[in-house]
Design a protein around this ligand. Structure first.
Ligand SMILES: Cc1cc2nc3c(=O)[nH]c(=O)nc-3n(C[C@H](O)[C@H](O)[C@H](O)COP(=O)(O)OP(=O)(O)OC[C@H]3O[C@@H](n4cnc5c(N)ncnc54)[C@H](O)[C@@H]3O)c2cc1C
Length: 470
């Protein structure tokens, strides 16, 4: 039993009283999905699941925990891929009941929403006011805005709109002693000293609980074009990206790259998927362009592809004819994680490299992995348009899984050492969680020292998501 499982009875009583009967659960069945991560890699436990419905309630329960020196894990959609949201005996605070859209200000192109809003619902809310909330990723049906901000999530539109950090104008949060910090603002210019919201963005729940956010909205594109393209190499893909940006005047909003093997996994594992091209190609690109007006949109995509053909970069391509075809093409890319999961175990790395060095990085890392782990199959795919590759090493033989995974650390060392050589980062968009704590400490000791000082200043008792980050 963990220390938190033996919480004092009066604390449990006070937490329950602060939230009322709908605001907590100790039912093992309700708790079960909250204490296991999406990948099934981390299993944890909690003495109680708290479900506050307002910022005041979050503040009340955090204050009670702080006074008792009891640790907390905040949780959104529980889609973290690095074990950041799995409690190991901490009190678990889920934001899932805080789902209000507090304000939409179309003239200011902003909306203020509570932390438990699921991303997909926010995209729809924005659409309902003829605006775009551009954050988009494979987990958008579950991930919540509080979690997305706390991990500074990326996704497929970073190329044009930036990471989540760039979409946040203001935040409201409960600090580790229970104080409510009201930093909700729709201002784009606000030079009043340290920008406190930036500390909470990407902090993975270690500095406080985000309860609401004011987010940027954008004009909805009048027309989107999507092409699925067969290519010979990542180098060709990177060259084509530059060409497509130039030809379209910066209209490329997503540029995803995947190897043939990833497509094979998807076709094998995901129902109702099909290869849209006649022949097989070593690599594929999903290229999305967004335009203010429909006129000329298709012609622009065609012109980019034509130039790509002429330069020998594009081998074959198909352009989606309608919304349904667009979704089908996107599914080929968005289902890779799920298909890979069904295919066997993999040692996964979410890394970033300057776009110009992406091809060389994949070549060098793969040569090294193949040399030392001939049974490992490299599946490198992802948001290559913004220099982010999910560099996974898969083992498809179930009998070999145990031995393979036991050597995960050695494989990761090869990959991360190569990332360092190429001037990259060991975490592009998924964060650190508990998965990469040691790597972070070893590779960025000065950064970790400064982060610890900030943590000490805001959370001297160390109760907010301990074990995560460092
Ligand atoms: C199929 C799939 C595809 C994915 N694709 C992408 C992708 O393309 N890009 C990408 O960046 N990520 C991706 N992810 C990872 C994941 O979806 C993101 O990290 C997401 O931001 C997590 O949101 P969540 O609400 O599920 O947070 P959780 O998993 O619940 O929590 C994540 C972290 O945030 C903290 N936290 C949660 N809510 C709060 C809060 N209100 N206040 C303070 N801390 C909080 C938690 O303690 C934890 O440290 C993917 C995951 C899956 C399963």
């Amino acid at each position: 039993m963990t220390a938190a499982v033996t919480l004092p009875a009066d604390l449990i009583d006070n937490l329950k009283a602060a939230l009322g009967p709908k605001g907590w659960s100790q039912d093992p069945q309700e708790i079960a999905p909250h204490v296991q991560d999406w990948r099934g890699r981390y299993k944890g436990e909690t003495p109680i699941l708290l479900k506050p419905a307002s910022t005041g309630e979050v503040s009340a329960v955090v204050r009670l925990c702080a006074e008792a020196g009891v640790a907390i894990t905040p949780q959104g959609g529980n889609t973290s891929l690095c074990g950041a949201a799995t409690p190991q005996g901490e009190v678990l605070i889920s934001l899932k009941r805080m789902t209000a859209v507090r304000e939409i200000d179309t003239d200011n192109d902003s909306m203020t929403v509570e932390a438990g809003c699921v991303l997909e619902s926010l995209q729809q809310t924005a659409e309902g006011t003829n605006r775009l909330f551009p954050l988009s990723l494979g987990s958008q049906g579950s991930a919540m805005i509080g979690g997305l901000i706390s991990t500074n999530a990326g996704g497929v539109h970073v190329l044009r709109y930036g990471m989540t950090r760039e979409l946040v104008l203001g935040l409201e949060a409960v600090l580790p002693d229970g104080t409510i910090w009201s930093g909700l603002t729709g201002l784009r210019k606000d030079n009043t000293g340290y920008d406190l919201k930036q500390l909470l963005i990407g902090a993975e729940g270690t500095l406080g609980i985000i309860t609401a956010a004011t987010l940027k909205l954008y004009p909805r594109p009048g027309r989107m074009e999507l092409a699925f393209i067969g290519m010979n190499s990542v180098d060709d893909a990177v060259k084509f990206l530059g060409m497509a940006k130039q030809v379209s005047g910066g209209a490329v909003t997503a540029f995803e790259v995947m190897p043939n093997l990833a497509l094979e996994f998807v076709l094998m594992r995901i129902p109702n998927t099909r290869d849209p091209l006649e022949a097989k190609h070593p690599w594929y690109v999903v290229c999305e362009m967004s335009f203010g007006r429909p006129d000329g949109a298709r012609e622009t995509m065609e012109a980019a592809l034509e130039q790509g053909f002429e330069a020998g970069l594009v081998q074959d391509a198909v352009i989606a004819e309608n919304e349904a075809q667009m979704q089908d093409l996107w599914r080929l890319r968005e289902s890779i994680a799920e298909a890979e999961r069904g295919q066997g175990l993999a040692v996964k790395h979410d890394v970033s490299i300057p776009v110009s060095k992406m091809s060389a990085f994949i070549d060098v890392a793969t040569q090294r992995v193949n040399r030392d782990f001939p049974d490992g199959i490299v599946v490198a795919f992802g948001h290559v348009g913004d220099g982010n590759v999910h560099y996974n090493i898969a083992c498809i033989d179930p009998d070999a899984h145990a031995g393979f995974m036991a050597r995960a650390g050695e494989m990761s060392k090869i990959v991360y050492d190569t990332v360092d050589e190429f001037g990259g980062s060991i975490s592009a968009e998924h964060g650190i969680g508990i998965l990469k704590r040691e790597e972070l400490a070893n590779r960025k000791p000065v950064d970790v020292k400064v982060m610890r000082a900030i943590k000490q200043a805001l959370d001297p008792k160390g109760i907010m998501n301990p074990r995560v980050l460092f």
